[in-house]
Every structure is written in C-alpha cells, then in structure tokens.
Ligand binder design. Sequence first.
Ligand code: TXA
Ligand code: MG
Length: 361
Amino acid sequence: MQRLTVAGIRHEAQLREMLKEPAQSLRRGGLVAFPTETVYGLGANALDEEAVRRIFAAKERPRDNPLIVHIASEADLRDVIDENQPLHEDVRRLMRAFWPGPLTLLLPAGARLAPSVHPGQPLVGVRMPDHPVARALIAEAGVPVAAPSANRSGRPSPTTADDVAADLDGRIDWLVDGGPCAWGVESTVLLLEPDCARILRPGGVTQEMIASVIDRPVLYAADVFDAAASPLAPGMKYRHYAPKARVHVWWGEAEAIDEAMRAFLLEGVQDDDDPMVPALIAPDDFVRRFGWALAEERQAALPADAYAEELARHLYRLLRAFDRAGATDILIHGVDPAHGIGAAVMNRLHKASSGRVRWVG
Ligand code: TXA
Ligand code: MG
C-alpha cells in the first residue's frame, strides 16, 4: 500500500496534480482509500466489475450489501443512473440543497455500472462528497467511484488515515491521507417512496433539513432506533459500527445518567471471574461535575457546548482507541435523537450496543 499525505491542501489544481498516481490506479482497477467529509471511503472504478469485486474481498464484506457511488459533478450522473427515467423534481431539489454533502440518494441504476455495485437492486446509492480531496480524486480519475467505508466489515468506520491503515494495509493499493474527517458518521441514506421520503440511515443531512426542501413527509425506516427490527438498507442488518468491547448508552438527566453508570460499574467490580475494564465518553462538564477519573486512555471528555457534534466526530475513533486500551465495557453519555445530528449518533449507538440504550430521567 502506498500512502500519500495531502492533509490541509484545498486548492483543486494542486490536489489534482498531487493525486495523479492514485487517480490513475483507481481508473485502471486499483483500490484507493480516500477521505470524505463523513468517513474514509475505499474506492474502486464503479464501471469496472473486477475492481468492484476487489472491494468486497478487501473488506470481507457480504456480497449482497450494495455500495454508494461517489461523483465529483452532476455531469458524472450520466454514467451512474438510468437516463431514460427522468429525475423527480424532489430529487433535483435535494441535490441542489445538499450536494455536495452527506446525503446519499437512491436512484434508478444505469446499465454501465458494474453489477456488484447494486447486487439484486434496481436502485443505486449516489452522493457527491463535500471534501476537496475526494472530489479532486474522482475528477482526476475521470470515472464514478464506488466506495463503502474503508473499514474491515463489522468494525467501526475509519475517520483517520491511521484507522484505515490498521484495517486495510496490505489489501489495497493506495491510502490518501487528508486528515481527520469533519462529520465522523456516514451520510444520510434516503429513499423516495411514492408518498414519503424514508431515511434508511440518518446522517449529517437531518430529517428537518430534508423536510424543509420537499413537500412529502420524511420518515425513518423501522430499524433506525430499534436494533431488532429488520432494515431496508442491507448494510444495516450486520452487526455494525461495533468495537470488541460491549457498549452501553444512557441519556436523559445528568444526575440520573451518573447514577446509572455508577450502579453499572459497581456490578462489574463485584464480578471476580470477569473483571470489568471500563471506558467513558461524556461531556466535559459532566465529567468535572461528577468527578469521573478513569485512566486517561479510557476516558474522553468532549466539549459540552457542541456535545452531539463532537460525539459524532470522535465516536468511531474512540471506540477503536478504547479497544486498543483493553476496555471491556464502554459507557457512553448519549444525546437526544430528536435533534440534528443526534439521530445519526443514537442510530449508530443502537447498532454498536446491540440495543443497550436506556433513557433515564
Ligand atoms: O458517508 C458515507 O456514506 C460513506 C462515505 C465513504 O461516502 N460511505 C458509506 O458506505 O458509509 P457503506 O457502504 O459503508 O454504507 C452504505 C449504506 C449501507 O447500509 C447500504 O446497505 C446502503 O447504504 N445502501 C447502499 N445502496 C443501497 C441500495 N441500493 N438500497 C438500499 N440501501 C443501500
Ligand atoms: Mg460501512
């Protein structure tokens, strides 16, 4: 695996010049990991069946889980979607409002796409990432880029180049390091149904944001906040986003969260056969107020004034770091799923904890 660092560079012409080699590799069937504003993606030429199959092998990804195709401009749609089916006006509104950005739209798939991009599905997920490195790489490659998150299947998505390398070094051709990802959780996946828009996976483009540009109601798929329900997005059925440690989430009133976490720790300490090594993620004011002091490598106090955004940005990186620190149980102060990025964070926490999410008031 060759590694190239372009962190901090935003100028398009300069990026395209620097990205010539990985872009050429991508066009010719190579696997290239690259940063987006959400998480790192593992890219292959979406028109090349053999290249796309290599993604599934490198990630050990189940073959029935479709990939998102990334484009650099609206003109790139030509090779990706079925041109004989006119785009609905609502789709155009969503593209105008949220592209480039963390919104994946499910659209009728074009005939040129490699079949493994959308196995057994008439629709293909498409998005235009809001990251200068991603767009320069795609533009320079000159082909649409199929890219799932650049993790081994079942592990948390990578939000830094080092996390990509930990999972995929030796299995891919290039790793483009563009620094840490801004959002930290994957894009919103949206399906337009005849009478509504359905969020199959919540992300940075929220229910309120979508509802503000289209007239139909915007609903969540049944499994979004229920780990047991069966998902509409094939990828959501796998044990996802999960570290090796068990994850436990409490949200609600601060005093009640503190009390519930301490009660939980006490039970663990009393179990001699299976000693608990806890880790904690909580707002910094909560950590101070209740005097939490776990070992430094197992405690993350995130700024309280933008806690939901900070939790989204750092969650996957911390889950991986706590695994390395030997944690057996990760205690997480959750957020309100009814506001903004909170829906995406709590959805991932439902999946990562297999439903161990409790409201305490
Ligand atoms: O932010 C993101 O979306 C990142 C970056 C790299 O762009 N990509 C990403 O890809 O998260 P992946 O493959 O890890 O997740 C794609 C999700 C899966 O849950 C998949 O099942 C769903 O989108 N999906 C893709 N195509 C679909 C389709 N045609 N129908 C239903 N669900 C689909
Ligand atoms: Mg993924």
